[in-house]
Ligand binder design. Structure first.
Ligand SMILES: *Cc1c(COP(=O)(O)O)cnc(C)c1O
Length: 398
């Protein structure tokens, strides 16, 4: 193979571009959507309950409430947790902005704890150091699909009346110490965006074992309106009667999305196995290569991996992440970066957040690229990714 990187004028590893993520849909998925389109209900129909029951069955959670997307799920989870103005929510900066934005939606303040430098998940000891008497919620993000140190986070939350929310946008299908994600925190949120492991086009869910939290989730998903006489302030006028008792939203999922998700969830095990095989091959190829760092896997997490993060050891390479990213693109491999620390964004800067808050997270951000990882990635295409990474690492090694 050509040794000169394409970015320096050499021949690229491949001509056809390869992307970092892609949904996988089959004939069963198409049929599931079509069946809903031909049915009586496009929304508020039987597919919603069927999907909720299925999520409970898969995870062992008592309740599941599906909604329009993962961000809406986090928003109403924050409301159900009672988070409000003056309160604080602790989360990681290495996440999608929604994990922190849910605090801002309700007037609370996101507080960023640093990450563990090897697993890249939130470091419980950093969480502990940021606890104040205003801390009401901790949002742990199972980054890349690997479970956080939930037992330690539970210990920290326990005697302080803090609610644990697991942002499991990456980790559906993961087990933590044998327990399925969905049963670990007080509330667990999923996202069903097309880049995630299973998709509904858009979609989200909140899972909980707590009856009171569940009641609130249902209320806020649909305008704060209830048809449950037990929640009403007045006697019903008649069978048509309902009441708005809080200010909620329209965060409903359609039956079209639910139909697709029910079908997608049938493949969760297959998706997980394939994703694990891809991750194992990357890990086998890259661990031990001077200049590359692989994410540490903890034995407590039986992980359904959403992202593959390659970290560059900048002391060993002549190029930085930007040049590496561009050089991968020139080889025909489109990478991505997950994530820009949330508090770097101008909106957060305007709220007074400054660089320097979380040194481990900031150092990680400088050195990472996300490599292609999805069910439909062929062995041959993955071989191209590996070839490109090795070609660049050898060529630019100091
Ligand atoms: C995707 C994602 C979300 C938001 O989910 P949407 O369905 O896109 O609103 C939240 N948190 C994390 C960690 C995510 O990756």
């Amino acid at each position: 193979m050509e040794r000169i990187p394409a970015i320096e004028g050499g021949k690229p590893v491949r001509e056809k571009k390869l992307y970092y993520g892609h949904q996988y849909l089959d004939d069963a998925d198409y049929k599931a959507v079509l069946d809903v389109l031909k049915s009586d209900y496009l929304t508020c129909g039987p597919k919603i309950t069927e999907l909720e029951d299925k999520l409970c069955k898969i995870t062992g959670a008592k309740h599941a409430m599906v909604c329009s997307n993962g961000t809406a799920a986090l928003h109403i989870a924050a409301i159900a947790a009672g988070l409000k103005e003056g309160d604080e929510l602790i989360t990681t900066p290495i996440t999608f902005a929604a994990s922190a934005n849910c605090a801002l939606y309700v007037g609370a303040r996101p507080v960023f704890a640093d990450i563990d430098p090897e697993t890249y998940n939130i470091d419980p000891e950093s969480v502990l150091s940021h606890i104040t008497d205003k801390t009401k919620v901790i949002v742990g993000v199972d980054y890349t699909g690997q479970a956080c140190d939930w037992d330690r986070l539970r210990e920290i939350a326990k005697d302080r009346g803090i609610i644990l929310i697991e942002d499991a946008a990456h980790s559906i299908g993961t087990l933590y110490k044998g327990r399925p994600v969905g049963t670990i925190a007080d509330m667990t949120t999923f996202s069903f965006h097309p880049v995630k492991t299973v998709t509904g086009g858009e979609g989200g869910a909140v899972l909980t074992d707590d009856d009171k939290l569940y009641e609130k989730l249902l209320l806020y998903r649909a305008h704060g309106i209830t048809r449950d006489p037990g929640l009403m302030e007045n006697e019903p006028d008649g069978p048509w009667y309902y009441e708005q008792v809080e200010l909620g939203y329209n965060y409903r999922m359609t039956d079209i999305q639910a139909g697709l998700l029910i079908s997608q969830l049938d493949k969760l095990k297959v998706f997980k196995d394939r994703r694990r095989a891809i991750v194992k091959r990357y890990d086998d190829e890259f661990s031990g290569v001077d200049g590359l760092i692989v994410q540490k896997e903890i034995p407590e997490s039986d992980t359904c991996r959403h992202l593959y993060i390659l970290r560059l050891d900048s002391k060993k390479l002549k190029i930085d992440r930007r040049k590496f990213f561009d050089a991968m693109g020139a080889e025909g491999i489109c990478c991505n970066v997950h994530y820009i620390p949330v508090y770097y964004f101008p909106y957060y800067k305007r709220l007074g957040y400054e660089k320097g808050l979380c040194p481990n997270a900031e150092a990680l951000y400088e050195e990472i690229v996300s490599l292609p990882l999805y069910y439909g990635l062929s062995d041959e295409d993955q071989g191209d990714v590996i070839a490109a990474v090795k070609k660049l690492t050898e060529y630019y090694h100091i």
